[in-house]
Design a binder for this molecule. Structure first.
Ligand code: GDP
Length: 434
């Protein structure tokens, strides 16, 4: 979906406009979990266009002085957005700080739409003409707090969206590399793409491709590494803020089928790792855990299995995810990643025929009888796979209440023993049938 970024000096009402657009004039399709408290992204729609809004003002860059703060926001907008909305205030009029922001926007060829906020009554409309001086085209008067003028502003914004027709069907496997700042994501990206055996092409055109990297392995497998641009050229002010990294990970997860979650062998496991992993799991993505910097720690013959146990303990819900120990520095085992991504992607799309599936379920019930409650026993009639990515099974039973979590877990394990679902979550849905 196209991304609209809202930028501007402090106090012009960026967040008010953001919230107003998300809350009223536009139906929110989904909020990104985890960033709801101070939301940075919101999915929205206008005139049949689905798009995402990013509130760059939500990125806090510590105690950075005004100029650094604003530069961080504008960089973020320039990197991520398809259309930029610059907000100024009609009440305060044109300020030097507005000019600073506008100057930063001159270097982009992305469309910029100028919104003059706080134009709360019609008389004030006459004052907006000063803003032509910014050289950003027609100013659109709006009142974020009263919800006036936002429709016209949005009409203008969606005019600049890239042609949706540009998104074609794609055979490539979409994956992303996520993790906290400094775990070595960029180093892994660069090492993987640096391999001569991989053909990299940066495809221009669609929005997505601007931040994604497409490559083909010698075996002819095609991959799209999602959201890599920022990792290939470093040094952005906002890149290492924790909130930005979480938010970026969530967007990448949204856009991918397979997630490589990078942990740092040296630094160990942190809360933020679990948070992001949980989101990937809930989103139903295939997942690989990559332990980086394996070169940097002292090892004996227990180290790997100890680390593995620690991960299994800390990420109980990811028991299906394979773990690979790599070093971006030495290149150790990085060559395994493309094949592994392909394997888990296959598993993520796997379909099991109903008769095979029901054989497995009935065999499972034969060795471990179904639970009962007050003399009533759970009866399982049949099971069928209803979806892929992730594989989703519906199990029809006599009474949903009789299905215990532990028995569900047992059935899931039996399905996993019978079929290779390495790297993918699977979902069981229990339904009553009379
Ligand atoms: P990102 O923020 O996750 O993209 O992390 P970077 O790729 O920028 O790496 C953070 C730091 O870890 C840098 O100083 C890297 O040189 C270092 N680093 C990355 N991978 C490895 C590795 O495999 N081994 C060692 N020893 N250092 C690494």
């Amino acid at each position: 979906a196209p991304i609209v970024a809202i930028v501007g000096r402090p106090n012009v009402g960026k967040s008010t406009i953001f919230n107003r657009m998300a809350g009223e004039r536009i139906a929110i399709v989904e909020d990104m979990p985890g960033v709801t408290r101070d939301r940075l992204y919101a999915s929205a729609e206008w005139l049949n266009y689905d798009f995402r809004m990013i509130d760059t003002g939500g990125i806090e860059i510590g105690d950075a002085p005004f100029l650094a703060e604003i530069r961080g926001q504008v960089e973020l907008a320039l990197d991520e957005a398809d259309v930029i909305v610059m907000v100024v205030s009609g009440r305060e009029g044109l300020t030097e700080a507005d000019e600073v922001v506008a100057k930063m926007l001159y270097k982009t060829d992305k469309p910029v739409v100028l919104a003059v906020n706080k134009v709360d009554n019609p008389e004030m409309r006459n004052d907006i003409y000063d803003f032509y001086a910014l050289g950003l085209g027609d100013p659109f008067p709006v009142s974020g707090s009263h919800g006036i003028g936002l429709g016209d502003l949005l009409d203008e914004v969606v005019k600049h969206f890239p042609d949706e027709a540009a998104e074609q069907e794609d055979e490539a496997i979409r994956f992303s590399i996520i993790g906290r700042p400094n775990v070595g994501k960029s180093s892994i990206v660069n090492a993987m793409l640096g391999e001569k055996r991989v053909i990299v092409s940066d495809i221009e055109g669609t929005t997505r491709d601007a931040i994604d990297t497409r490559f083909v392995t010698p075996d002819g497998d095609e991959f799209v590494m999602v959201d890599t641009a920022g990792m290939r050229k470093r040094g952005k002010i906002y890149e290492n803020t924790e909130k930005y990294s979480v938010m970026r990970a969530m967007k990448a997860i949204d856009d991918s089928n397979v997630i490589l979650m990078v942990l740092d062998a040296e630094a160990g496991i942190r809360e933020q790792d679990k948070h992001v992993a949980g989101f990937a799991h809930d989103a139903g993505r295939a997942m690989i855990i990559v332990v980086n910097k394996w070169d940097a720690i002292e090892k004996d013959d227990h180290t790997m299995s100890d680390f593995e146990n620690l991960i299994r303990d800390e990420f109980k819900f990811l028991d299906y995810a394979p773990i690979v120990f790599v070093s971006a520095k030495t290149g150790q085992r990085l060559d395994r990643l493309p094949q592994l991504v392909k394997d888990v992607d296959d598993n993520h799309r796997k379909r099991i025929g109903s008769s095979t599936l029901n054989d497995v379920i009935m065999d499972a019930i034969a060795i471990n009888p179904t639970p009962s409650d007050n003399g009533r026993r759970l009866r399982v009639y049949y099971a069928t796979q209803v979806a892929v990515q992730p594989p989703t099974f519906v199990i029809f039973v006599n009474d949903v209440e009789l299905m215990h979590f532990s028995y569900e877990r047992f059935l899931e394990n039996k399905i996993r023993e019978a079929f290779d679902f390495t790297g993918t979550p699977i979902k069981l849905i229990v339904r009553a049938r009379k």
